[in-house]
Every structure is written in structure tokens, then in C-alpha cells.
Design a protein around this ligand. Structure first.
Ligand code: TXA
Ligand code: MG
Length: 355
């Protein structure tokens, strides 16, 4: 299949591009589109055949549910049941924006969209192109991240083209998403709203609005031991190996100087073996690792927004540059650190060394 690729400017969206994208969705096709978090791969959420195509295009396991994207809060009532006061408070505060909420689903939402579950995940993105696209396409867009299953989520149209060219009908190129990490997921069917996936909207922010919040214990699952204890993440997508580069990625944690010394020694040994070695490092430390085959500068420790935005690009770069061993510092920054480290630890397959 030939994939149509069209550029769009959020401040001046070409109505013809929107109409073309909307038509494709209404006919049951697939369109990748930008959001403020990562690019999504959209289909008509209320059309079971269209949703099924998403799984085929991504190579995604069919029990991994999709998020339904809407463009106005009133549409929530068409697809979800038991919408609590708490949910309305969170919608009021964080929609449109990088927050996904899980509700009991209405019958109109097909099981193909929810991966067989009786619940549905709903999000209202703030990106202008996303909003207009959802509107033009009928109001209910099922969309996972627009990457091949297992690859890092796409944070540029180039990433989407890499993974999806020839597999979907259209890609809308709207530039670089401002956040760069997927939305926070909160399960509103739990007695105390429960964070299943950390994101830009963090636990503190939710607690400030609701006075309470809980976490899926698997969010903190940093090593296999916890996995063996039977902690299964409640969001099916968090159970799969994800975001992983092909080379072996290790996160090194501890006080700065010890970490630096450890990684420098690692570089030396890897080079001796004839391996290509990369280091994911904060800008402040980038000179220290000048011996590495590839230096992956993720941005300043004072700019966690930049670190979040660059993370998936950096992970993709590890593959482009065929790196065998990748060392990473940790980036436990104040606001988004939990989300950043959640993705990085997954990418490393829980491979963490405390020094
Ligand atoms: O920021 C985002 O959320 C992006 C953009 C495109 O909006 N989308 C995204 O979708 O990250 P995806 O499919 O890559 O991740 C959705 C996650 C998966 O881990 C999935 O298992 C979980 O949400 N999920 C969806 N519906 C669920 C449900 N009913 N119950 C529990 N987890 C659910
Ligand atoms: Mg994804």
C-alpha cells in the first residue's frame, strides 16, 4: 500500500488534509497523527474492523487495548459508564492534555478496541492537529502509539515513516510532540483512582485535585524479583517488553562520581573486546565519556522536559548506530523522573546496576 504523507501546521491547518484524513478513517482506514505526547496510529474506534487493522499494522498482541481519543468532554458519556465526580474533576483540570482515564465501557465500543475488556481508556489530547483530526474523523479515534510493537514510541514523523510506511493509509506530519512520553493512565474503576502508567501528569498533581491517588504496584517494579512475586501490571501494554534497543542497555545508578568511574571502565573493557559502546548521558557529563563509540547526549539535568522529549529518539539512535553495549546514567528528575525512569527501565529490561 502507498502511504500518503502530508505536512500540517497546528496554527494553520489545511482543511483539505483534514478532510482527506477524516475520509480515510470513515472508510475504515488508518491514519497516523501527532499528539502532544507521541504520534498515534488512528482508526475509527467504533468500527471493529478498523480497530483490528491497527493490531495488524503494528504487530501488536490483540489482548492489548487501545485508547479512545475524543475532542470534547461531552462525548465521554457516549462511550463510558459510571463517570464519577473524581473523573469529572480530573477532566476539568487536565483535559485536553496528557491524561488517559479508564472507565466501564458502553456497548457501542467494540471489544476489538478494548482488547476484549469491559473497560475503555479515554483521552482528550491538546494538540491542535489531533483535535481537528478527531473532529473531522467522526469524534472517536482508537489510537496506540504509531510504532511497530516493541519499538520506542515515535516522537517525530520520521520515526512513524520508519515503522509504518507502506503499512497504513496516511501520515500527518505535525512536527515534534512537546512532551515526548505517553500520557499518564489513571484507572477510574478502582475505589481510589489508580495510576497504571506514569506520565507528564504526575501523582502529586492528581492528588492535589482529588486529595488521594493510588499506584499500580507494578509501576515501581524495578527488578525481576518483583515480577516473580506475581505483580502483573494492570495495563496490559505495560506487561510487554517495550522501547528496547537491540543492543544491551544497562542503567548505572549511584552517586555521580562512582557512576562516571564505573561507566568509563565499562567503555574501556567494551572497546578492548572490539564492541561498539554508547553512553546515554546528561549534557553536564558528556565530555567525561569522550572515549565512547557513540555519545548520546539527552540534555541538561536542569531541563527534564528536554530529557523526556529526547528519550525515544536517543533509544532509536542506539539501533541506527548499531551499538552493542549501551550504558545509561539515571535521570530521576523532580517532576517527570518517575515517567522517564519507568520507560528507561523497561527499555533496559530491568537491567540496573547500583554502584
Ligand atoms: O499518550 C498516549 O497515551 C499515546 C497517544 C497516541 O495518545 N497513546 C498510547 O497508546 O500510548 P498505547 O496503545 O501505546 O498505550 C496504551 C496503554 C497500553 O499499555 C494499554 O494496555 C493500556 O493503555 N490500556 C488501554 N486500555 C486499557 C484498559 N481498558 N485497561 C487497562 N489498560 C488499558
Ligand atoms: Mg505504545
Amino acid at each position: 500500500m502507498e502511504t500518503i504523507i502530508k505536512k500540517a501546521d497546528g496554527n494553520n491547518i489545511d482543511p483539505e488534509v483534514l478532510m482527506q484524513a477524516g475520509d480515510i478513517i470513515k472508510k475504515g482506514g488508518l491514519v497516523a497523527f501527532p499528539t502532544e505526547t507521541v504520534y498515534g496510529l488512528g482508526a475509527d474506534a467504533l468500527n471493529p474492523l478498523a480497530s483490528s487493522k491497527i493490531y495488524a499494522a503494528k504487530g501488536r498482541p490483540s489482548d492489548n487495548p487501545l485508547i479512545v481519543h475524543i475532542y470534547r468532554t461531552e462525548d465521554l458519556y457516549k462511550i463510558a459508564e459510571n463517570i464519577s465526580e473524581d473523573a469529572l474533576k480530573l477532566a476539568e483540570e487536565f483535559w485536553p492534555g496528557p491524561l488517559t482515564m479508564i472507565f466501564h465501557k458502553k456497548a457501542i465500543v467494540p471489544y476489538e478496541t478494548t482488547g476484549g475488556l469491559d473497560t475503555v481508556a479515554v483521552r482528550m489530547p491538546s494538540d491542535k492537529i489531533a483535535m481537528e483530526f478527531i473532529k473531522a474523523a467522526g469524534g472517536f479515534i482508537a489510537a496506540p502509539s504509531a510504532n511497530l510493537s516493541g519499538r520506542p514510541s515515535p516522537t517525530s514523523a520520521a520515526h512513524v515513516i520508519e515503522d509504518m510506511n507502506g503499512r497504513i493509509d496516511m501520515i500527518i506530519d505535525g512536527g515534534i510532540p512537546v512532551i515526548g512520553l505517553e500520557s499518564t493512565i489513571v484507572d477510574m474503576t478502582e475505589r481510589v483512582p489508580m495510576i497504571l502508567r506514569p506520565g507528564y501528569v504526575n501523582g502529586e498533581m492528581i492528588k492535589e485535585v482529588l486529595g488521594r491517588v493510588s499506584y499500580d504496584p507494578a509501576v515501581f517494579c524495578e527488578n525481576e524479583v518483583v515480577g516473580k512475586a506475581g505483580l502483573k501490571p494492570k495495563a496490559p501494554g505495560m506487561r510487554y517488553r517495550h522501547y528496547a534497543p537491540k543492543g544491551e542497555l544497562v542503567i548505572v545508578r549511584g552517586d555521580r562520581e562512582t557512576v562516571t568511574a564505573y561507566i568509563k571502565k565499562g567503555i574501556k573493557n567494551a572497546l578492548k573486546e572490539g564492541s561498539r559502546v554508547g553512553v546515554i548521558t546528561a549534557e553536564e557529563n558528556s565530555k567525561v565519556y569522550s572515549d565512547a563509540t557513540v555519545l548520546l547526549d539527552i540534555g541538561s539535568r536542569n531541563r527534564e522536559d528536554v530529557i523526556a522529549r529526547r528519550l525515544y529518539s536517543v533509544l532509536r539512535e542506539c539501533d541506527e548506530k548499531c551499538i552493542d553495549y549501551i550504558y545509561s546514567e539515571d535521570f530521576d528528575t523532580p517532576r517527570m523522573g518517575q515517567a522517564i525512569m519507568n520507560r528507561l527501565i523497561k527499555a533496559a529490561g530491568h537491567n540496573i546496576i547500583e554502584v
